[in-house]
Write a protein that binds this ligand. Sequence first.
Ligand SMILES: Cc1ncc(COP(=O)(O)O)c(C=O)c1O
Length: 388
Amino acid sequence: MISYGKQFIDQSDIDAVVDVLNGDWLTQGPAVETFENDLKTYFGAKYCCAVSNGTAALHLTGLALGWQPGDIVITSPITFLATANCIVYAGATPDFVDIDSITYTLDPNQLEKKIKAYQAKNIKVKAVIGVDFAGYPCDWKALKQISDMYDIQLVNDNCHALGASFNGNKQYAVEYADVAIQSYHPVKHITTGEGGAVLSNDATVDEKVRCLRTHGMTKGSNQLINNDSPWYYEMHEIGYNYRITDFQCALGSSQLKKLDKFVQKRREIAKKYNDLFFNNGRLIVPETANNINHAYHLYPLQIDFEKLPYTKPQLFKEMKQAKINLQVHYIPVHTQPFYRKNYGFDVGDFPVAEKFYHSSISIPMYPSLTDFEVVKIVNDISNFVKSK
Ligand SMILES: Cc1ncc(COP(=O)(O)O)c(C=O)c1O
């Protein structure tokens, strides 16, 4: 079966993990700090705190930025549930802004309209989470201008875009957003099994995230009310165990060395897909632009099923028989029963996102996909589209 995404692990990754397993520290040891330093260097962040997964990174970001009940936080409906859920974790109120039909990322014009509509009701939007969907960076210049103009916190859910660049800059995530978060789940560009990180240039955010990563415990002498013994620690607010292990971080550091190669391979595969699907009038391939370098976490292919005599589930079924596993990213978050029931969203609220959902499929995309497999995927999909 050809899956839609898959990790790439080589002997140097295995050796790095085995080294840690043979050492003294399985968790809370030096490999965590090394991975954090490696991430800081690659992504140009002053601070980085590695955590147990991307969802934990989002959760702690909301808490560190002080989101609370009554705050409005806006994100894209085309994202994984976790991006919106972290707003709910903080007790804030989630809202959405539709995507741009070409980039599939948050539409800055729609965002400004929504912020103004809130302003007219005397409500200030607290934060915006842009999602670099599929590996295509949001229009961060526009988002930053809006966030500066309306004094709104800006977060980059960067999970899909490791190794992407915006205006020639691979370190754009932390340059434009106040906080960037990442996930190292096996389908992402680099993996630690489960894992994530919060990156920023803000010492206060980093200190808070670090403290909340370990139960809210602090031993920092400037924060302690009492400090009468060497074992002494205090807890001033509720935190979590969102730590990541040393062997995961050793894998992360080893994987990070290969990130550029992984992304290059994904771009080569995307180019083959683009070339082979070219001229098929029934398909829309993902766009790119001169000012961005796509990281192709996903390759969302759009098919206008409404004009065809067969459905998306039928295509899925046939491709499964042909041993190709397709996926869909994502069911628009606002249409989930939880968001409809608790926040009053409904089908039809964000038409561009919904249209994208109905037409898109994610076809296999990972560095070890072979030329033979790429051709088979293209042929099987093209033949199916043609034959009906
Ligand atoms: C856009 C986005 N945000 C957040 C997450 C959450 O990351 P994790 O699975 O590591 O918790 C994911 C992972 O799928 C994601 O794709």
